[in-house]
Ligand binder design. Structure first.
Ligand SMILES: C[C@@H](N)C(=O)N[C@H](C)C(=O)O
Ligand SMILES: [Zn+2]
Length: 227
């Protein structure tokens, strides 16, 4: 992504312990956003639209190897591993996360044209790193109480597995709804389709690899052409 558009902020959460698992996820060797070229070029056009309005895009996840998805599946089967429940799924039983549509065992992310993203008002403020073990605040708490993110207020944080994160949830009103619609309208105008359960999840269509679930690691080395 950065070779197509270096201005899009990348905060690749599954490379870090600040995610619903609480540890870096299998397959993320570097914190970089990898996308198919058509998806990256369309995202660049979305970025140009937003820059004109004084905003920038920020991606939290892009291509996700199948081994990372398998790590999510193993984590979900371990009902003792709930260290991040307080932030990411306070009101949802862990056994329901796949059934309720918040995590997929075969994810569009592995096909390379799906990304999780938000909008940041420019100039972007720096964000502090998560400190493992710090007290957790529910991802649907008011913006000034939940984990600090330089994103505009979308009504919940990223990967908030809760009905409030459903893009069109009617309890989301005013500025929060306007922010979700700014992202949705910009992305849809360039061929992206949103997942109704997650305001942050978009897939570029038509997908160049609609049936392929890639499993190479997230790293610059994976992108080198074979000699
Ligand atoms: C886990 C979350 N960030 C996400 O991307 N969910 C969808 C459903 C997926 O796993 O494809
Ligand atoms: Zn996603």
């Amino acid at each position: 992504m950065s070779t197509v558009d270096p201005t899009i902020i990348q905060e690749i959460r599954y490379f870090t312990p600040h995610n619903f698992v609480g540890e870096p996820v299998d397959g993320y060797r570097q914190p970089i956003c990898i996308l198919t070229r058509p998806a990256a070029e369309a995202l660049h056009k979305a970025q140009l639209e937003l820059l004109r309005k004084g905003y920038t895009l920020k991606v939290y996840d892009c291509y996700r190897p199948q081994r990372a998805v398998n790590d999510f599946v193993r984590w979900a089967e371990d009902l003792g591993a709930q260290s991040m429940k307080g932030e990411f799924y306070p009101n949802v039983d862990k056994t329901r996360l796949f059934e309720d549509g918040y995590i997929a065992a075969k994810s569009g992310h592995s096909r390379g044209s799906t990304m999780d993203l938000t909008i940041v008002k420019l100039p972007a403020r720096p964000t502090r790193p998560y400190r493992p073990g710090e007290p957790l605040v529910p991802c649907f708490a008011p913006k000034n109480e939940r984990f600090p993110d330089n994103s505009v207020d979308m009504g919940t944080g990223f990967d908030c597995f809760d009905t409030l994160a459903h893009t069109l949830d009617p309890r989301i009103q005013g500025v929060q709804s306007a922010n979700r619609m700014l992202l949705k309208n910009t992305m849809e105008s360039l061929g992206f389709v949103n997942l109704a359960e997650e305001w942050w999840h978009y897939t570029y269509q038509p997908e160049p690899y609609p049936d392929t679930y890639f499993d190479f690691p997230v790293s610059w080395k994976s992108l080198r052409r074979a000699p």
